[in-house]
Design a protein around this ligand. Structure first.
Ligand SMILES: *Cc1c(COP(=O)(O)O)cnc(C)c1O
Length: 381
C-alpha cells in the first residue's frame, strides 16, 4: 500500500456494526464487561479507545513504524518520553529546538534531576563529544525552528546506535509525507499533530511512533500511567486531517519553494532561511533524507525590529499568530512571540535576531500570498 492509500485505509475499515465508512467518535470513558475481566478489548478510555486506536495505527503506518501512541499535545508526548528516565540520567538536545521543548527540559525536568546538554545537532561530532556514561537520549529536530538548520538523521543514528542510546526526532516540521526518521535509523519519532498532521488549526495533539516492541511496551505503559492522552473527538479530528496530508503537503511545498525563491531577491529582504535554496547549508542533506523542504521559512527583513513588526501587522492573508502547518498562512515574530522564553543572549548567539520573521506558508493561491507579502514588505509607517 502506498502512502496516500495508507492515509485513508490503515486502521479505518468500515465500522463492523453499521458499515459507516468513517471511524466513529467513540465518545465514551468506559466499556461494559460481560463478566468481571471479560471485555471486547477496551476497559477505560485513558488506556485505549477505538477512535484513538485508528489514529495510532494509521499515523504509525505513515511513519513506517510498527506502533503509534497518541497524546493530548506534542508536549504531552515529549513529557511521556522523558518519564522513561531517572534523576542523574543525561539527555543531549539540539540547541535550536521548539521553545516549549526547551522550557519543558530546562524548567521542569532539570529540576527533577535530569541533566541536559544543548548542542548543534547539525554537527554530528558535537553530539559525539557530548556523550557521557549516563547519556540515555539524543533529542533533535530537523529542520529546526525558527532557523531551519538541517541535521543528518542517519549520521546521528550511527552515533546513538554505537553508544546504545535512543535517538528521538521531532518530525513536526516535515510530517511523514516528506521525511520518515525511523527509516533513517531513529528510534522514536515525535509529532505535534497540532501542525501539519491535523492541518486545519482546529485541534491540539501529539504523537510517538516506534518500531521496537520493547520500547513500545514501555511507552504504552507510560501513556496510560502518565495519562496525557487525547479525547476521542480530538483523535477523530486529527485522523480526519491526516487523510488529506499528502495533497496538503504538496500544495504547501509548491507555494513555499516559490515564495522562498521570490523573497530571496526581494529588495526589502536581507536573507531567507529555507532548505529549498541552494545557498542553504543543509540543502544537500535535506535532498538526501527528505522528499521536500516544508512550508516553514524564516526571513530577515531590512530595517530591524520596527520593520519586522510592521511587516507582521501589515499582511492580510498571513494571520499574525503562533503555530504553523495549517491550511491558512501565518506570520510571526520569534523573538517576541514563540521564542520569547529563550534568554536574549542565547537568542542572539543562535541568530534569532530582532529582524527575523517566520512564515508558515498555507495552501491559498500563490499569487495572493506573494501580493500580500510584497505589500507588507513595502508598507511604510
Ligand atoms: C508545536 C510544536 C511542539 C509542541 O507541540 P504542542 O502540540 O503545541 O504541545 C513541539 N515541537 C515542534 C517542532 C512544534 O512545532
Amino acid at each position: 500500500m502506498r502512502f496516500e492509500t495508507k492515509a485513508i485505509h490503515v486502521g479505518q475499515d468500515p465500522d463492523p456494526s453499521t458499515g459507516a465508512v468513517v471511524v466513529p467518535i467513540y465518545q465514551t470513558s468506559t466499556y461494559a464487561q460481560e463478566d468481571a475481566g471479560v471485555h471486547k478489548g477496551h476497559e477505560y478510555t485513558r488506556t485505549s479507545n477505538p477512535t484513538r486506536d485508528a489514529l495510532q495505527q494509521c499515523l504509525a503506518a505513515l511513519e513506517g513504524g510498527s506502533f503509534g501512541l497518541a497524546f493530548g499535545s506534542g508536549l504531552g508526548a515529549i513529557t511521556t518520553v522523558l518519564t522513561m528516565f531517572a534523576a542523574g540520567d543525561h539527555v543531549i538536545c539540539g540547541d535550536d529546538v521548539y521553545g516549549g521543548t526547551f522550557r519543558l527540559f530546562d524548567k521542569v525536568f532539570r529540576h527533577l534531576g535530569l541533566e541536559f546538554t544543548y548542542v548543534d545537532t547539525s554537527k554530528p561530532e558535537a553530539v559525539r563529544a557530548a556523550l557521557r556514561p549516563r547519556t540515555k537520549l539524543v533529542w533533535m529536530e530537523t529542520p529546526t525552528n525558527p532557523l531551519l538548520k538541517i541535521s543528518d538523521i542517519a549520521a546521528l543514528a550511527a552515533i546513538t546506535r554505537e553508544a546504545k542510546i535512543l535517538l528521538a526526532v521531532d518530525n513536526t516540521f516535515m510530517s511523514p509525507a516528506l521525511q520518515r526518521p525511523l527509516e533513517l535509523g531513529a528510534d522514536i519519532v515525535m509529532h505535534s499533530t497540532t501542525k501539519y498532521i491535523g492541518g486545519h488549526s482546529d485541534v491540539v495533539g501529539g504523537f510517538l511512533a516506534v518500531s521496537d516492541p520493547d520500547l513500545h511496551t514501555r511507552l504504552k505503559f507510560l501513556q496510560n500511567a502518565v495519562g496525557a492522552v487525547p479525547g476521542p473527538f480530538d483523535s477523530w479530528l486529527t485522523l480526519r486531517g491526516l487523510k488529506t496530508l499528502a495533497v496538503r503537503i504538496a500544495a504547501h511545498e509548491r507555494n513555499a519553494t516559490a515564495i522562498a525563491a521570490w523573497l530571496a531577491s526581494h529588495p526589502e529582504v536581507e536573507g531567507v532561511l529555507h532548505p529549498s535554496l541552494a545557498s542553504h547549508p543543509g540543502h544537500e542533506i535535506q535532498k538526501r533524507q527528505a522528499s521536500g523542504f516544508g512550508g516553514v521559512m524564516s526571513v530577515r527583513v531590512r530595517g530591524g525590529l520596527e520593520a519586522a513588526r510592521r511587516v507582521c501587522r501589515s499582511t492580510r492573508f498571513f494571520f499574525l499568530a503562533e503555530s504553523l502547518g495549517g491550511v491558512e498562512s501565518l506570520i510571526e515574530h520569534p523573538a517576541i512571540m514563540t521564542h520569547a522564553s529563550i534568554p536574549p543572549e542565547t537568542r542572539a548567539a543562535l541568530g534569532i535576531t530582532d529582524n527575523l520573521i517566520r512564515l508558515s506558508v498555507g495552501i491559498e493561491h500563490l499569487d495572493d500570498l506573494q501580493e500580500d507579502l510584497d505589500r507588507a514588505l513595502r508598507a511604510r509607517p
